[in-house]
Design a protein around this ligand. Structure first.
Ligand code: AMP
Ligand code: MG
Length: 335
């Protein structure tokens, strides 16, 4: 539904308005030194689902959580000495670190795509920092462009792509770096490059005196996409189930395919609500069904966020021990 997207000025009133909207679960595009990010409360399932809806993203790939302070980052994720050195050397700045997520951290499972890791960054842009400071928590923020289009480096780019679909754009002029952040997996002993970006790998290597490995070298999972495939219930999953068969735990959608008690993605067939609840209900169904149990999921329309929901469900339903639909690099795709 088209709405009026507010263009906020880069002053105290504009920042306050951006923060108020974010606290209310709305989406605000904010300038960072890399590109404009489409920000939403990382702890709010519905806000994060709305990010995927506004961008029309066909997949729930994991999002980067933006923070104001290193203290907030260490409350959310575990830092090895290596990760701490990377953060000390390059934060705030265009470096994203993938780290082990602390249990109970205030992050929607839609942000991490159900992974036990989380991608964190402290942006250097003064407006991004001012918003994050006042907001006081994590903001999930992929690039503020419709899926498959070019990342925006001005407020006008954001308006052209997402105007009418998000609450506001905070106008911070042109982005200085204009490239996405460099992403390193810092969960292991050696940093692994997941995405090239605004911080040159050579600079990281020189500064820390360690080599940065590339994906595919060694035993580490070669892409977040492959990792995401491993997030699935332990038992089997049957899709497009209009009724449960004996012994199945049934996840419903809409008023007709109701599902088992408490297991309906959205009784009103609202796809944003369904996306927000997806990982929670998969966990719940997994717990109810047990290791060798059987889960059935009601049909979900293949429109809007329904495509990303179905993509995730197809992965959950894919035979184990093989790769599932999608190219091996899918988790790294921009959009
Ligand atoms: P974007 O959404 O365009 O900002 O891109 C976010 C990037 O971060 C994608 O390449 C993701 O695959 C990557 N990413 C985010 N979270 C994780 C994670 N937990 N593990 C690995 N990669 C991640
Ligand atoms: Mg992008």
């Amino acid at each position: 539904m088209p709405r009026t997207t507010e263009l906020l000025l880069p002053d105290a009133a504009g920042i306050a308005r951006a923060v108020a909207l974010l606290r209310a679960g709305e989406l605000v595009a904010i300038p960072t030194e890399t590109v404009y990010g489409l920000a939403g409360d990382a702890a709010n399932d519905r806000a994060v689902a709305a990010i995927f809806a506004a961008k029309d993203r066909p997949r729930f790939n994991p999002l980067i959580v933006h923070l104001a302070e290193v203290g907030q980052a260490s409350a959310m994720a575990e830092f090895s000495p290596l990760a701490g050195a990377l953060a000390a050397a390059f934060w705030p700045g265009p470096l994203t670190l993938v780290l082990p997520l602390r249990p109970g951290a205030p992050v929607s499972p839609l942000v991490t795509a159900g992974l036990p890791t989380v991608a964190l960054r402290l942006p250097a842009h003064p407006l991004a920092r001012a918003v994050l400071d006042a907001f006081g928590g994590g903001l999930a923020a992929p690039s503020a462009n419709p899926s498959g289009r070019i990342s925006p480096v001005s407020a006008a780019h954001v308006m052209a792509g997402l105007g009418g679909r998000i609450a506001a754009v905070l106008d911070g002029g042109d982005c200085a770096v204009g490239l996405e952040s460099t992403i390193l997996d810092a969960t292991g002993a050696v940093p692994v490059l997941l995405r090239e970006g605004g911080l040159a790998v050579e600079r990281i290597e020189q500064r820390l005196g360690v080599g940065v490995a590339t994906r595919g070298g060694g035993a580490r999972p070669s892409s977040p996409g492959q990792l995401a495939v491993h997030y699935a219930p332990r038992g089997s999953v049957r899709l497009a189930a209009t009724a449960a068969r004996p012994g199945e735990v049934w996840i419903g959608f809409g008023p007709e395919a109701r599902g088992d008690a408490g297991l309906n993605l959205s009784p009103t067939a609202d796809l944003t609500e369904a996306a927000a609840r997806l990982f929670h209900l998969l966990h719940e169904a997994d717990a109810r069904a047990g290791p060798a149990g059987r889960i059935a999921v009601a049909p979900i329309p293949e429109t809007g966020l329904g495509r990303a929901i179905n993509d995730r469900l197809r992965r959950a339903a894919a035979p184990r021990g093989r790769s599932s639909p999608g190219s091996p690099r899918e988790g790294l795709e921009e959009g």
